[in-house]
Design a protein around this ligand. Structure first.
Ligand code: UD1
Ligand code: CA
Length: 485
């Protein structure tokens, strides 16, 4: 996985789809990128830093890293819980600590003053917030290209929105882009403006260096606003560029409710992507898939499935309804019904469930059946073997064509340590048996139903451990006669 390519190697979704056919004009220009992520994210009301909340299974900030991953030098301004945020960054992203959050302008001056930042190296700085996962790479490319083409001092992405409340408004004076006014500083007329600032900019670094020092905090929030650079450019008759995009692609996340909105939008796009690749979804509304999950064509995902982590589902499987699969591989042609599978590997043509639980380290060869109310953990199950019902297979190795009957279990734990059970080819483990590990059942051997097996069973032998059955003739008749008296 190269730098800036996050989570999924499929490259699904908005950052790839529909990118403009013309190559960016910024080939020979050197560009730095910075993600602003120092804020606390108060409105999330969560102890986790805002940018570390997951969106489709990966932290919000990974989307920002993906968006600017292709730029030469990349920075992240961190502050609130800076160590935690820094520790999740890709190697090529350099964290710059902003100790006090005195505003977006202050965040950028902290970057410029940082010893990590070499302002001679790049001509432009792209600034994006860490909380806008829907951001599209082709919008960013367009912004950069327009700024370069117009030799602008600054450019930004805007959108016309239904409800502009809370955003900085784009103030124009006779069609001339004059300034951005923040919600808390806006007058009634300005509040009516429905074109808003996305917080995504491309700025000429010379312009930035010469003017960042003149930002003032004489506003209602007593913050240094990066947005004031627009008015500085206007005053100096320098080009300002606007790239207007669709409202949806700049939706920021400030609250749990917005997190849910954005996640729903991205989930829809992700399921669309899989559908285009030939995956059937019975009910997209009840299907939850992480961005990192792979699904091959011909597979059918039925209602109520959660597919997470590094899960990789091969061709022609039927998954669900009602299954949870995490960090697992499901091989071609398998069927999984009403089951929970975690960190398991299934080779193919398996039948799982209903109501099976495959836990960490379950490795199933081809044509294996793990059926109703069976649980497996840290076990290998060989080709064609069956654990059809009511069983526990833990720390075991079953070779090919083993039958592990209903109610049989491996007794793998003595209260202190785990022990291994080995069951060789073609062995038959009868119902309701306990295999007290460590123990080996030899090739082709049989274990009689109801046995507690504590010693190895040799190949081809019958291992049986139970009292001989006693039949008491005429017992029921005598009992019933007694009852009549
Ligand atoms: C900002 C813009 C507003 C725009 C909106 C889009 C300013 C003054 N206003 O407002 O015009 O419509 O974004 O969402 O820029 N941050 C730091 N250090 C700081 C302050 C902020 O790193 O000192 C980071 C935050 O973590 C966040 C981003 O900068 O990722 C934006 O800051 P925030 O306080 O949310 O700005 P808004 O009020 O939303
Ligand atoms: Ca914000």
């Amino acid at each position: 996985m190269g730098d800036g390519v996050i989570g999924n190697t499929l490259g699904f979704g908005p950052n790839v789809e529909g990118s403009s056919p013309s190559p960016p004009a910024n080939n020979e220009m050197s560009i730095s990128g910075v993600i602003l992520a120092a804020g606390k994210g108060k409105r999330m009301k969560s102890s986790l830093p805002k940018v570390l909340h997951n969106v489709l299974g990966i932290p919000m900030i990974d989307y920002a890293q993906e968006a600017i991953g292709h730029f030469e030098s990349k920075y992240v301004v961190v502050g609130h819980q800076s160590e935690k945020v820094s520790s999740t960054l890709l190697e090529s992203f350099i964290p710059v600590i902003q100790k006090e959050q005195l505003g977006t302008g202050h965040a950028i001056s902290t970057l410029l003053e940082s010893s990590e930042f070499d302002s001679d190296q790049s001509q432009y700085l792209v600034v994006i917030p860490g909380d806008v996962p829907l951001i599209r790479k082709d919008d960013l490319d367009k912004l950069v290209n327009d700024v370069i083409a117009n030799e602008a001092a600054i450019g930004l992405i805007t959108a016309k929105v239904q409800n502009p409340f809370g955003y900085g408004r784009i103030v124009k004076n006779n069609e001339e882009f004059e300034k951005i006014i923040e919600e808390s500083d806006a007058n009634e007329t300005e509040k009516q403006i429905n074109e808003i600032n996305s917080g995504i900019y491309c700025i000429d670094i010379n312009f930035l260096n010469s003017n960042i020092g003149s930002l003032e905090s004489s506003n209602n929030q007593k913050e240094f606003y990066l947005t004031d650079l627009i008015n500085i450019a206007f005053q100096n008759n320098l080009e300002r560029v606007i790239v207007q995009v669709n409202e949806d692609s700049i939706q920021g996340i400030n609250s749990m409710s917005q997190l849910n909105d954005v996640e729903n939008t991205l989930r829809k796009e992700l399921i669309e992507f899989h559908m285009e690749n030939g995956v059937y979804f019975q009910d997209p509304n009840s299907t939850y898939i992480d961005k990192s999950v792979k699904i091959a064509s011909g597979t059918r995902i039925l209602a109520n499935c959660h597919l997470t982590g590094t899960t990789n589902i091969e061709k022609d499987c039927v998954i669900g309804p009602n299954s949870i699969i995490n960090d697992s591989k499901i091989g071609e042609g398998s069927v999984v019904q009403f089951s929970v599978i975690d960190e398991a590997e299934i080779k193919g043509k398996a039948t799982i469930g209903p109501y099976a639980h495959l836990r960490k380290g379950s490795i199933l060869d081809e044509n294996v059946k793990v059926g109703a109310f069976a649980e497996t953990k840290n076990s290998k199950i060989g080709k064609g073997s069956k654990v059809p019902h009511l069983a526990y297979v833990g720390d075991a190795e079953l070779e090919e064509d083993v039958n592990f009957s209903a109610g049989a279990i491996t007794v793998n734990y003595d209260g202190k340590e785990k022990h291994k059970t080995e069951i060789k080819k073609n062995a038959f483990v009868g119902s309701d048996t306990m295999l007290v590990a460590p123990v080996t059942i030899g090739e082709g051997a049989m274990v009689g139903a109801g046995s507690v097996i504590t010693k190895d069973v040799p190949p081809g032998a019958l291992g049986i451990e139970r009292n001989d059955q006693k039949n008491i003739e005429g017992y029921m008749n005598r009992k019933h006669k007694k009852g009549k008296k």
